[in-house]
Ligand binder design. Structure first.
Ligand code: RIB
Ligand code: CA
Length: 291
């Protein structure tokens, strides 16, 4: 699966990158970054540092949309819990939009797009190349809170509220889009024991990922009443790949309101994953532990 990832690397984005690198069926053709958990340039630096640890500096990383500065979040000041990653190679000379459109043209009908940050780059790519919807194989978006409370506001999820107009554009475009909202991602988590399993005897990449997690545990402890972390972005990656199998996943029309709410409007073309057929945490951990 030729894959383009658009992300705001971030701690769970880092887990999604690791999952994609570990999955034998995935060819990670390119990564674009967007303001979200941190700035787009910082997200690119974080991504390039992870790729350096993985020995994968063959993968282009392009800096994307830098609008909408974002307050520091549960991901810490540098986006990855304060963990110092190696200086990877330089970002690609193309923008994230240029990289996405070029990959879609290079792999007609075969490129799978995964967005684990706000939707600014995908919306801009749709404006740049209006034929994009029929050029890609699939689009998977981590975001939204359809029948559950939000996490960045009472009724809004972080990726969506950051850029509601872009999310509305992406979720209404005529492409095969799957939404992976908090409805499902909040229910699949890792514990501290899982983070120690990730670290044990691990590669420098796995140790770096494990070092990021305490900040994420801290960020969710009050909300969850436990030291657990929801697996938002790696779960969306596993849905895209097909390893996490949706249970309830109605085709809905999803409206995005100016305050970032995602509201179901009846039947539509957005496959909205509300549950899985099995727990995702163990499968994600065993896949990432192969790195
Ligand atoms: O609401 C969760 C989403 O917002 C995840 O993608 C996380 O990385 C943050 O970007
Ligand atoms: Ca993210």
């Amino acid at each position: 699966m030729h894959t383009y990832l658009d992300c705001d690397t971030g701690i769970d984005d880092a887990l999604a990158i690791a999952y994609l690198l570990a999955h034998p069926d995935v060819t990670l053709a390119g990564i674009g970054t967007v303001n979200g958990n941190t700035t787009a340039p910082q997200a690119a630096a974080n991504t390039l540092g992870l790729l350096a640890l993985a020995g994968r500096d063959d993968i282009p990383v392009a800096v994307g949309s830098g609008e909408h500065p974002y307050p520091a979040s549960v991901h810490g000041g540098n986006g990855v819990g304060g963990v110092r990653l190696p200086a990877g190679k330089d970002p690609d000379s193309r923008t994230a939009v240029e990289l996405l459109v070029e990959l879609a043209r290079r792999h007609p009908g075969e490129l799978h797009v995964l967005a684990t940050g706000p939707c600014g780059n995908l919306a801009a790519a749709l404006r740049t190349e209006p034929r994009l919807p029929e050029m890609v194989a699939s689009v998977t978006v981590m975001g939204g809170a359809v029948r559950v409370p939000g996490n960045r506001a009472p009724h809004a999820e972080a990726n969506i509220i950051h850029d509601p107009a872009a999310a509305a554009t992406v979720l209404s475009a005529p492409w095969p889009v799957t939404l992976v909202p908090l409805d499902v991602t909040m229910r699949h988590r890792w514990t501290v024991a899982d983070s120690e399993t990730l670290r044990a005897g691990g590669s420098p990449l796995r140790v770096a990922l494990a070092d990021m997690l305490p900040a994420y545990f801290d960020g969710y402890q009050d909300r969850l009443g436990a030291r657990e972390i929801p697996l938002h972005d790696p779960l969306a990656a596993a849905v895209m790949v097909g390893e996490a199998v949706p249970g309830e996943a109605p085709l809905l029309s999803i409206g995005v309101e100016a305050d970032g709410r995602t509201v179901e409007k009846g039947p539509g073309n957005v496959r909205t994953v509300l549950s899985l057929t099995a727990p995702a945490g163990p499968a994600l951990l065993s896949r990432i532990r192969t790195l």
